[in-house]
Design a protein around this ligand. Sequence first.
Ligand code: CP
Length: 315
Amino acid sequence: MNFKGRDVISIEDFSLDEIEHILNVTKEVEMYPEKFKNEMAGKIMSPLFFENSTRTSSSFQAAMLQMGGRVLDFDIATSSVNKGETLRDTVKIIEGYNPDFVIIRHKRDGSAKFVADLLDVPVMNAGDGQNQHPTQTLLDLYTIKELRGSLDGTKIVLAGDLKYGRTVHSLALALSKYPRCEMVFISPDSLRMPKYILNELSKKGVSFQEKGLEELELSIRSFPIIYMTRIQRERFPESLEGEQEYEVISKVYRLSLEMLKNVNHELKIMHPLPKVGEIEESVDETNFAHYFQQAKNGLYIRKALLILLAGGKDE
Ligand code: CP
């Protein structure tokens, strides 16, 4: 198994064995941080976030700094992107400053692949439009494995904005690699899981059902994990209709403390975050909520990926 110098563009880039290896390295990184504290010495990471981020951006930076590496500054607000510089020119210029890794988040689907094809340096996709968010998925898988011991036979409800939500696209495809997984997709009709993902799941014989938002309460009584997602307002059409649609959906899509009264006490609630009202704040204090630990796991996953892409921990 060889990860040195590879790009991380899509969760489809990895076989099941490779994902399991990443998760094992992540466990080691979490348990023995001291062992890896100089792993990035002399290395530089260039994070290029053309879209907003808290978790992905900060955890990549923390991962690099905690392992003795350095991070190039890039702030979209003060960059020459605002003077009209193209993505192509921007990344070619950055490559000239010799980073060891480029991390890119951009609103355009396929932008990470576009950048990876241009550059020789390893590129990691930190979210490309409504397409994929593979490093998020790896931390989601790590969290699920932590919670239930194995990814085989995972039964999970994916709820919310399944059309524009890149985290659920990558997660559904990742889980489809594992045997006996079952998924329920809950969304408004206008925000259903894209057909190409459903087709892929069908091709692999994965068991899934699609349901409306009104089924949310019932579904969390029969499934052990619910993965909530934010309605991606920024990806809605910029029109009055788009605005009205968002207002209607955001009023009815809400997981409340009341709804958790009749669920199995083992239910796990996950969310890639940020959450903006779809989970009542009081739920945060319950044992059902696992999203803050999930976000923390992002640090360990991103450390593991940096180590592996630099050529460490190969098998
Ligand atoms: N989950 C996630 O990608 O969060 P950020 O947008 O804050 O990076």
